[in-house]
Design a protein around this ligand. Structure first.
Ligand code: 0GZ
Length: 317
């Protein structure tokens, strides 16, 4: 079934809609598990997409996100502002407010944001800002503006989420390591998984985390990073043939080396995929391949996101 986009918007040609009727995961998620990277899109008629966006998605509402959360067995969501909404955080705020405390948000703000606006975002559940360096998604923002924003949000106890491609890390290194907050790197810094795990490119990323204890990463989006599959689709993968096998060594290395600084998320509704749309239930079943023990799974899915997003409720040590 083709998903609509409302409000007079037209989906980007070739747009892949999110997967209809995902399977129920075989993995029994630990109690209180958090999907720490997902988005809401619109609906466009209520929350229009930003004029400067680089793509127009199908709508993906908060009700649909919360239904997926319950179906997969997650307790909570961290909703990350998608670039198609620019710095207009209304859809994100609406979703956080409607969640009954079960969703936190990562917003996108401009330098012109006022202190009162930041406090209102905090009251809605926002706990971080996102800086995006992926050229196909955003126009360039000068680094001094971003640093200014980071300095403004630091006193609120917020963190910075960054999204970039592996080949751009050398140029971004000094900026990232100067940030005054916890820094969370989206999607493992997008490694090229055809390159060796112990090669210079991924090695630089591992060094970034090793030398900077304030830097965390999301071991998410194998469906974006995989080159040789197989995809997380019914009949295409299984216990003997895990999905996205070429991504597993990279993600597992990060989980095992930095078990207290990794997060996991579905990335639903999976913007801009070109090849296939994963079954989100099978994506959850990918987790044991990268976090092979119950303890690693608990840190990845409960302890770490709770410590970062719900510290007042986190009872761990
Ligand atoms: O790779 C992407 O296309 C992508 C886009 C967005 C966004 O548009 O915000 O977020 C993501 O996490 C990933």
């Amino acid at each position: 079934m083709s998903r609509p986009t409302t409000g007079g918007f037209v989906k980007t040609p070739g747009w892949l809609d999110w997967y209809d009727g995902p399977s129920r995961p075989q993995l029994a998620l630990p109690a209180g598990a958090v999907d720490a990277h997902c988005h809401v899109f619109g609906p466009g008629e209520r929350f229009p997409y930003a004029p400067q966006r680089k793509y127009t998605p199908c709508d993906a509402s908060k009700e649909q996100l919360f239904a997926l959360r319950d179906h997969l067995g997650f307790a909570r969501n961290v909703i990350v502002q998608a670039t198609c909404h620019g710095a207009d955080n209304r859809a994100l705020i609406d979703a956080c407010q409607a969640s009954g405390g079960r969703a936190r948000g990562v917003a996108t703000v401009q330098r012109s944001v006022t202190d009162a606006e930041l406090l209102a975002l905090h009251d809605s559940g926002v706990r971080g800002v996102r800086f995006n360096f992926v050229k196909r998604l955003v126009d360039f923002t000068p680094k001094d503006e971003l640093l200014d924003i980071a300095q403004r949000i630091a006193p609120l106890g917020w963190h910075v989420v960054v999204y970039f491609e592996a080949q751009d890390l050398p140029e971004l290194w000094d900026f990232f390591t100067a940030l005054p907050t916890t820094v969370v790197v989206d999607h493992m810094g997008r490694p090229d998984v055809r390159k060796p795990l112990d090669g210079p490119e991924f090695g630089l990323f591992v060094r970034l985390l090793r030398e900077h204890p304030n830097i965390w990463t999301k071991v998410s989006c194998p469906e974006r990073l995989s080159v040789s599959g197989p995809p997380a689709l019914p009949g295409r993968c299984g216990p003997e043939q895990p999905p996205y096998a070429d991504v597993i060594p990279f993600a597992r290395h990060l989980v095992q080396t930095f078990p207290d600084r990794v997060l996991w998320g579905t990335d639903w509704p999976h913007p801009n995929l070109k090849d296939h749309m994963p079954d989100d239930g099978l994506l959850v079943d990918f987790i044991p391949h990268i976090a092979p023990t119950p303890e690693l799974q608990r840190k990845l899915l409960v302890d770490n996101p709770m410590r970062l997003y719900w510290p007042e409720e986190w009872k761990g040590d």
